[in-house]
Write a protein that binds this ligand. Structure first.
Ligand SMILES: C[S@@+](CC[C@H](N)C(=O)[O-])C[C@H]1O[C@@H](n2cnc3c(N)ncnc32)[C@H](O)[C@@H]1O
Length: 280
C-alpha cells in the first residue's frame, strides 16, 4: 500500500530528507501528528549528530520515543543508519501495527538487509510504567543518545518520562519535545474538552492544573541533574515553521482545534524545543 517508487537506492542515499518527507506525506492524518517542519528539524538534529563519538565499549547508545507516528519514520531511519535501535512507547497498539506496515514498505525496502525487529522495539504500553516503560533500559544495558517525547501532553507524564530517561543519557545526548508551549500539570484539558465537545458536553476547567510551559519545566529539570544543558533554540523548526504547508493542508481541523485550545496557534514558534546535555 505504501510501496511507491521514490527513486533508486542511490537516489535515496543522496537525498534522504526528501524521501523521508515523501513517506510522511503519504500518511493519513491520524498517525501524522507533527508538522513537516518539526519532522525535518528532528532530521537535521540527528543528521548533524556525531553518533560514533557517543559509543563506549560496553554500552550501545539507542534512540527512544514516546508517542508513535510520523516521528517514528525519521527516528527509525537513524537507528538503521547508525546500526542501533529505536525504542518506541505507545499505548495505541493498532497505531504501532499500522506503522509497522508503512515502515516495512518504505524504510525496510531501502534497508532490505536489516530485520526490522532488531532495529525497532515498540512497546504498546505506558511509557512511565516501572516494569515495561522507560525504566526497562536499566535491564537492557543501553544508554540513550537521542530522545523525542510526544505522548500525553501533561507535565505529570512528560516530567516522569524525562526523569526516567535521565539516568541513561550519554554525554552530548539530544532531547526534543513536541507541544513545548503547553502548560498542563495533570489534565490535558484541551484534549479532554475536544472529546467533551464531540459528546455535546460542556467544557471543564480544572483548578491548579497549570505549570510553566513544558520547555521551561524540562530545562529546569535537566539543569538540576546535568552540569551543562544547551538549549538548541528549536533547531531548524523555528527558522522554517512559518512556510510549512502542513498548516494550510490541515487548516480545517487545526483552526477548530485552536478554538478548543488544542492548537496554540499564537504560540507556534515554541511548539518544538530541543536540548543537548553534557555529563561534565
Ligand atoms: C500526539 S500522538 C504522537 C504523534 C507522533 N509523535 C507523530 O509524530 O505523529 C500521541 C501518542 O501518545 C500515545 N500516548 C499517550 N499517553 C501515553 C503514555 N503514557 N505512554 C505511551 N504512549 C502514550 C497515544 O496513544 C498517541 O498515539
Amino acid at each position: 500500500m505504501y510501496d511507491f517508487f521514490f527513486g533508486s537506492s542511490q537516489d535515496i542515499e543522496n537525498d534522504p530528507q526528501t524521501w523521508l518527507l515523501s513517506i510522511k506525506r503519504m500518511l493519513p492524518r491520524w498517525p501524522n501528528g507533527i508538522p513537516d517542519s518539526e519532522f525535518l528539524a528532528l532530521f537535521d538534529l540527528l543528521n548533524q549528530y556525531d553518533y560514533e563519538s557517543t559509543c563506549t565499549p560496553n554500552k550501545r547508545p539507542v534512540l527512544i520515543e514516546t508517542g508513535s507516528g510520523a516521528s517514528t519514520i525519521v527516528l527509525l531511519y537513524f537507528a538503521c543508519k547508525w546500526n542501533t535501535c529505536l525504542y518506541t512507547w505507545d499505548i495505541a497498539s493498532t497505531k504501532l501495527a499500522f506503522l509497522r506496515g508503512v515502515l516495512n514498505d518504505t524504510l525496510f525496502r531501502q534497508f532490505r538487509d536489516l530485520n526490522m525487529f532488531n532495529y525497532w522495539k515498540y512497546i504498546a504500553y505506558d511509557s512511565t510504567n516501572q516494569y515495561a516503560g522507560i525504566p526497562i533500559l536499566k535491564e537492557t544495558n543501553d544508554t540513550v543518545c537521542a530522545a523525542f517525547y510526544d505522548s500525553e501532553h501533561t507535565w505529570q507524564v512528560l516530567g516522569s518520562e524525562i526523569a526516567a530517561t535521565m539516568p541513561f543519557l550519554c554525554n552530548g545526548a539530544i532531547l526534543a519535545i513536541d507541544d513545548a508551549n503547553y502548560a498542563y500539570k495533570e489534565s490535558n484539558t484541551a484534549y479532554i474538552n475536544m472529546l467533551r465537545t464531540k459528546l455535546d458536553l460542556p467544557a471543564v476547567t480544572v483548578s491548579n492544573n497549570e505549570c510553566r510551559p513544558f520547555w521551561e519545566e524540562v530545562e529546569s529539570l535537566l539543569s538540576q541533574k546535568f552540569p551543562r544543558v544547551k538549549n538548541l533554540d528549536g533547531g531548524t523548526y523555528r527558522q522554517n515553521y512559518q512556510d510549512d504547508i502542513f498548516w494550510s493542508y490541515y487548516s480545517s481541523d487545526r483552526n477548530n482545534m485552536n478554538k478548543l485550545g488544542m492548537e496554540k496557534l499564537e504560540n507556534l514558534a515554541y511548539r518544538f524545543e530541543a536540548w543537548k546535555v553534557f555529563l561534565n
